[in-house]
Unconditional design. Sequence first.
Length: 329
Amino acid sequence: MAYTVPSKILLNLALVLLLLGSADAQSLQVGFYQRSCPKAEEIIRKEMTAIMSLAPSLAGPLLRMHFHDCFVRGCDASILLNGTTNNPAEKDGLPNLSLRGYGVIDRVKAQLEAACPGIVSCADILAIVARDAVFLTKGPFWDVPTGRRDGKISIASETLTNLPPPFFNATQNLNLFFIPKGLNAKDLVVLSGGHTIGTSHCSSFSSRLYNFTGNGDADPMLDKDYLPKLKSKCRPNDATTLVEMDPGSFKTFDTSYYKLVAKRRGLFTSDATLILDGQTKAYIERQAQASGFPSEFFKDFGESMVKMGNIGVLTGNQGEIRKRCAFVN
């Protein structure tokens, strides 16, 4: 006798297949704009090449902007939304007050709107701009999966609970911020390598120089020869001076960051303590021995950036495609 599948099982199977198909259809993909805006990445690269030739120091901030966007509400360009007096947005949050480069995103968006109105999301622009900023500073190139949609909500207070602070140690940042986002210890040590480009305000690490334990002392982990150099640049309570995170190489994406961390010259507590963590120490030491532009770090960085770029994305019919990145439609 032929076996008849109960209708309830068929219904459940259909629902599962529908959900699987929906998830697959809404996933990010390389070449998402191939038909709708085939020159999208070419337009972005052209603008970024022109911008970086004039202001190469923007590479670090633009990379950081994508990171800060993804860690709060996912990679939905909520970092770009303007707030109001009564409703401050993410860009108004304390960890984001030092961010620069919003004008770059607006410039790129204007070019894309002229070529393909209402097609390319601000969230995808952030991801591609970050990749191009790295590539144009002699770093790796990786394919960026696209198809993100833009969020409509941005809340300043969420930056304090979602962005890993520079004064936390590596273990704290891993357990409290990276693992909850689906990232692991390798992602932490690899993405921290992004500090090879860019600068930092003294206020982000001055406690290591002048008041590490609250008794007017310095962090004993800091190299004794590096400490006076930092003090000469950063006076107590200095909130305006900028210091190169990777001295002498802050405009070039390479492995010199890892050499500094291995020598106890990492600028932030979050950097310095990577050499103490059993899950990240070996990677630091291996890259510190590598020359110039090693294939392992470059490959790993692209992979971790793609992984980070998948955090909490909006796809399909979720969110919107903003006409202007600083405002909801």
